[in-house]
Design a protein around this ligand. Structure first.
Ligand code: ATP
Length: 453
């Protein structure tokens, strides 16, 4: 007889990643299938929602959004779970098209500090597979590699990601295999309605500026749509409201770090920047922006150590016009991803958000105004002063004027279409969850978090 309170029940943390390829499949869909099996057929008790952890978005070998999945369960048959899991990942991954899956298993109630620190770094740094394997063996984390097995990096990192404070939820609905590849028919008026009615408790469902529905992807993958928001109840209700006529496989709620800017918490102001890092720096503008063809804007900044960096604001972010108004001395805070510049190989900081902290006065020296004629005086030659050509009045020096600056302090985000999964929408600033999420304290999950149709 199955007894959830039995001493034989073990807490098992399961991470997996890199099961899909550019051509198809989807790690979250695999997570849905595995979760259905574990919950419905293997008596596993989920002690947390399945986690969809978005890791450093600047990893060059990622497929799309660098998402890894972690399932945390209590079970009295961990060996059978592992056997099923490995068999399923092997069968259901897109190995022939370049997926390099990795699975990580950790048994125990508490997640060790070293593992949590590893996961924090995976949010902003590039981690080596050897380092991952070393840590795994030190902490008795079992890892399993398929193909080149790069997925163990994300798999291990997902287990160490507790998403203790700020986090969000996404309810993702999956298509039946026979419909994958066909257009997704969705009632846009319903999407507009949930976008209005559930604001600010759902986000990124609709882009009103470009009149685009955002809940459905466009590729051949099995995701029909996803609703992102602040709590499981709201995302489930909103998802059920927009469900299509097409018969779906089911849906599942993930707890995620999407919409939290978690990759940008790392202060790179005084650190040595490495290509593919994510983070933020506080700096001063040292060279005015130039705009190149295509509307991309480049300028130079300097941090407190007087290191100089080239900053790029690319056109699709929609921040170019604003950035082009910066001048030397402006104090800014920028969320960045570090990439290799083309011309001389030095790093370029690609802007993910721009906060203007302080704007300096812009002063120019201009020829003095004639008090009688109200006309600008003309220069009489170098160091010879100025004279009014109408009345002959003279003046010794230019006058200093302060130009008005068409720029306000504040935080500016890229347009919605340029958002990453991790980008925190403007309205979430101030809405962050600051209380710890404690999966150890048994808290039942919303009863409808997993549904098969
Ligand atoms: P999708 O979003 O469609 O699930 P993806 O963008 O997550 O796909 P993957 O196919 O999972 O892409 O590939 C990401 C790869 O990068 C994985 O092998 C993962 O282990 C690895 N990876 C993730 N984070 C890091 C990191 N910080 N350093 C090095 N490698 C990483």
């Amino acid at each position: 007889m199955f007894d959830p309170a039995s001493k034989d029940m073990k807490v098992v943390h399961i991470g997996f990643d890199d099961t899909d390829s550019q051509r198809g499949r989807c790690t979250t869909n695999l997570a849905y299938k595995i979760t259905c099996k574990l919950k419905n057929e293997m008596d596993s008790i989920f002690i947390d929602y399945p986690l969809l952890v978005r890791l450093n978005p600047n990893i060059p070998w990622k497929t799309r959004g660098n998402g890894a999945v972690c399932l945390r369960v209590k079970s009295d048959q961990p060996e059978q779970i592992i056997e099923y899991l490995l068999d399923t990942v092997r069968r259901e991954s897109d190995l022939s098209n370049g997926a390099n899956p990795g699975v990580a298993i950790f048994a125990g109630e508490d997640i060790p500090l070293a593992l949590r620190q590893f996961s924090s770094r995976a949010m902003y740094d590039v981690i080596d597979i050897k380092e991952t394997e070393n840590l795994a063996s030190q902490l008795s984390i079992q890892t399993f590699k398929f193909g080149e097995g790069l997925g163990i990096i994300g798999a291990v990192a997902s287990i160490g990601s507790l998403l203790e404070c700020d986090h969000t939820y996404e309810a993702i609905a999956y298509r039946k295999e026979q419909f994958c590849g066909s257009p997704r028919e969705i009632d846009r008026s319903k999407v507009l309605k949930i976008n209005t009615d559930t604001h600010p408790f759902t986000f990124n469902s609709y882009d009103s500026i470009h009149d685009r529905v955002l809940v459905t992807p466009h590729g051949p993958d099995p995701v029909f749509c996803g609703i992102r928001g602040e709590d499981p109840f709201t995302v489930i209700r909103a998802l059920e409201y927009i469900l299509p006529i097409e018969r779906l496989e089911g849906y599942m709620v993930f707890r995620t770090n999407q919409g939290t800017n978690m990759h940008l918490q790392n202060d790179l102001s005084i650190k040595k920047l490495r290509t593919h890092n994510s983070g933020y720096i506080r700096c001063f503008v040292t060279k005015r922006p130039t705009i190149i063809r295509g509307g991309h804007v480049f300028f130079e900044v300097s941090n407190f150590n007087n290191n100089k960096y080239q900053v790029a604001v690319y056109e699709p972010t929609g921040l170019g016009k604003l950035a082009s108004k910066l001048i030397e001395g402006d104090h800014i805070d920028i969320g960045i991803s570090v990439s290799k510049g083309n011309s001389n190989g030095s790093n370029v900081l690609n802007v993910e958000y721009l906060t203007i902290l302080n704007i300096v006065d812009e002063v120019t020296n201009i020829n003095p105004l004639c008090n009688k004629c109200r006309k600008r005086m003309k220069s009489e030659g170098k160091n010879k002063g100025f004279q009014c050509k109408i009345c002959g009045d003279k003046s010794d020096s230019k006058v200093v004027v302060t130009n008005s600056r068409d720029l306000q302090s504040g935080t500016y985000l890229p347009s919605l279409k340029a958002h990453r999964h991790l980008t925190k929408p403007l309205h979430r600033f101030g809405m962050e969850k600051t209380y710890p999420y404690l999966p150890k304290i048994f808290k039942p999950l919303n009863s409808e978090w997993l549904k098969s149709f």
